[in-house]
Design a binder for this molecule. Structure first.
Ligand code: OFO
Length: 171
């Protein structure tokens, strides 16, 4: 069984993953509306992944005989200034999530929670990969520039990233 503290911390993480899913869905909507199809697809996929991350914890909490709470979701941003600002925000958000995952690992250590401890490394790896992916897109944005004529090329680059993700097993 989980400690009450761990149960609360995991439920906070459920909330965070749910928000991430909605946040990416909102970014997808903005991009879709702007005709940035590749970038929209990227965010739709990220949104689904975040939902999966949420459900993994949700099921884990229940498996550990505690209550998984369906969280109230904060309204994510609706409008964006530019594609650069979207990815800056996404990067900051992922860094925040990484910090929260690290705190869960620390808590599992402090509490000698031998179930949660092996449950967490999957999330640590996931965050490392996500941060690297977003940094990679930010680097491309820096090279291509953020002018209106650059959008087409940025969207093309992200479509390429989508194709690579689709060709990986488990995607
Ligand atoms: Fe849930 O993977 Fe990032 O946020």
């Amino acid at each position: 069984m989980l400690s009450e503290k761990m149960e609360a911390a995991l439920n906070e993480q459920i909330n965070m993953e749910a928000y991430a899913s909605f946040f990416y869905m909102s970014m997808a909507s903005w991009c879709d509306h702007q005709g940035l199809e590749g970038t929209a697809q990227f965010f739709y996929r990220q949104s689904t992944e975040e939902h999966d991350h949420m459900m993994r914890i949700f099921r884990y909490v229940l498996e550990m005989d505690r209550r998984a709470i369906v969280p109230p979701i904060e309204q994510p941003p609706i409008d964006c200034k530019s594609i650069q600002s979207i990815f800056d925000e996404v990067y900051a958000h992922e860094q925040k999530v990484t910090k929260s995952i690290n705190n869960l690992v620390n808590l599992a250590n402090r509490e000698n929670d031998h179930s949660t401890h092996p449950f967490m490394p999957w999330y640590v790896t996931e965050q490392r990969e996500e941060e690297a992916l977003i940094r990679n897109i930010l680097d491309k944005l820096k090279l291509i520039g953020d002018g209106p004529q650059s959008l087409y090329f940025i969207d093309k680059e992200i479509t390429e990233i989508n194709a690579q993700a689709a060709s990986q097993p488990g995607q």
